[in-house]
Design a protein around this ligand. Structure first.
Ligand SMILES: *Cc1c(COP(=O)(O)O)cnc(C)c1O
Length: 481
């Protein structure tokens, strides 16, 4: 496929500008580029074809089943975009006077309020741009809390071994040392190992519940109590909030702060690295450390406010506002009954698919699961030589997005399915048929799965090369090469 730069021909354009009807002036040289920027010049039809070709090479929720575990790739209702595109939301400027954007501030205040209610938190910032940045924000709150108490010995963050990689990464970015605790044979936290790990150096615990195995930890109250008794705080990684939203609240489990991923649980786009949003909620004792500004309301008038001991800004302006509008649209559409109903449907769908697959793919944990489940391809690999990656590659031919592979790390040949609540029974049945067919192919040897996929645009890129030497930007030299 040619890049848009290679399609470019001098003088082609998609716009017709009216002739200039004011005096032309030459800007000060200090503000001018030394060279013209290399912008692609193409006709509108070529631009249209360029994007259509890109779209055909991608796979989204509107192309087929997308059970990418731990990512909650649920359908994003179109009404979210319609509302976010209203001129009052889309055409405002972040530096506009507050009195001229009261509606936008109200959207932020209401979203924060609803998220606070769902999470059982007292205050919420909408600023962080992703879950990982939310984790970082939460750890800064924890660090500020201990520092304000004059407690400088608390250098460790405890993270279970089933955790998402962002947890230890953000702990280290926030200046903490990560202490890993083992999982027990049910896939939850080993409570005795946790008890042994806490101490006067414990700043806090990071935990996602249900965890990345799709297991809700039955010891959660005890876990939070152990950390609190040691003087630490508990951070809830809310990436897996989908199966419990509106039913169980992290605040009631004992957590002090939490992030949620609007682009997972609250139906805003994941967007190829584009705008996400990871609002952070906290209990009263952390409120004064929140990033600024946050929206306050007095006598029906909304305004920005700076918490007294704020950790600072996490992002320019107010976070990804357009994403917040979409999330509020979703929350308002579902309402108080719809939110827990969606959570229950997510759990039902995951258990249904898990049941259909369990006769050929052994489960990594005992049933039932929450929103996602992990199958172990290890035995199939031993029997046939075909591994999780071969099964995942073959799935592409049907066409279906593969589940998450090789995660969590504690299951070596893991395939992690998360169907989400928006899939129909027919789709789940079809997915199960595909998985059975691939299993038969592997066992009978009728298809060499090492060579799959057979129909995808890109088959088996060199993943080590791609990870070690990513080539992410086209330059004119590439065209010459
Ligand atoms: C997705 C995810 C994260 C990170 O969230 P991003 O929005 O991708 O930064 C953290 N923890 C878990 C368990 C996740 O699934």
């Amino acid at each position: 496929m040619k890049t848009i730069f290679e399609r470019s021909r001098p003088g082609r354009a998609t716009t017709l500008l009216p002739s200039c009807d004011v005096d032309e002036c030459t800007p000060d040289e200090a503000y001018c580029r030394a060279e013209r920027p290399r912008l692609p010049e193409v006709a509108e039809i070529d631009l249209g074809r360029h994007y259509a070709e890109l779209a055909r090479r991608a796979f989204g929720v509107c192309d087929g089943f997308y059970p990418l575990g731990s990512c909650t790739m649920k359908y994003n209702p179109r009404i979210n975009d319609e509302l976010a595109n209203l001129p009052g939301f889309a055409d405002v400027h972040p530096l506009q006077p507050q009195e001229s954007v009261q509606g936008c501030l109200e959207v932020m205040a209401r979203t924060a309020e609803v998220l606070g209610e769902i999470c059982g938190m007292d205050a919420v910032t909408l600023q962080p741009a992703a879950g990982a940045q939310g984790e970082y924000t939460g750890l800064l709150l924890i660090r500020a809390f201990h520092a304000a108490a004059g407690d400088t010995t608390r250098t460790n963050i405890i993270v279970p071994d089933a955790a998402h990689g962002t947890n230890p990464a953000t702990a280290s970015m926030a200046g903490f040392k990560t202490v890993s605790v083992a999982s027990n044979d049910q896939g939850g936290v080993d409570v005795e190992a946790l008890r042994a790990a806490v101490g006067p150096d414990t700043a806090g615990l990071m935990l996602t519940n249900p965890n990345t195995l799709g297991v809700f930890d039955p010891n959660i109250l005890e876990i939070c109590a152990i950390v609190h008794e040691a003087g630490g705080l508990c951070y809830y990684d809310g990436a897996n909030l989908n199966p419990i939203m509106g039913i169980v609240r992290p605040g009631d489990m004992g957590f002090d702060c939490v992030h949620v991923n609007l682009h997972k649980t609250f139906s805003t786009p994941h967007g190829g690295g584009g705008p996400g949003s990871g609002p952070v909620g906290c209990k009263e004792h952390l409120r004064r450390f929140l990033p600024h500004p946050i929206v306050a309301c007095e006598n029906g008038v909304y305004r920005f406010e700076e918490p007294e001991a704020s950790v600072g800004r996490m992002k320019s302006f107010y976070g990804n506002f357009g994403v917040v509008v979409r999330a509020l649209a979703y929350l308002t559409t579902l309402g108080r009954e719809g939110v827990p109903q969606a959570a229950r449907a997510a759990v039902l769908n995951a258990n249904y698919l898990m049941h259909l697959l369990s006769d050929v793919f052994p489960l990594a944990t005992k049933a039932p699961c929450m929103h996602e489940f992990v199958v172990d391809v290890g035995p199939l690999k031993e029997q046939t030589g075909f591994a999780a990656i071969d099964v995942a590659k073959r799935i592409l031919d049907f066409p279906m997005h593969p589940p998450t592979m090789y995660f969590p790390l504690i299951v070596h040949e893991a395939l992690m399915f998360e169907p989400t609540e928006t899939e129909s029974r027919e789709t789940l049945d079809h997915a199960a048929d595909v998985m059975h067919r691939i299993y038969e192919e592997a066992v009978s040897g009728s298809v060499n799965l090492h060579q799959a996929p057979f129909d995808a645009v890109i088959g088996r890129p060199d993943e080590v090369q791609a990870a070690r030497h990513p080539h992410l930007r086209w330059t004119p030299d590439d065209a010459d090469a």
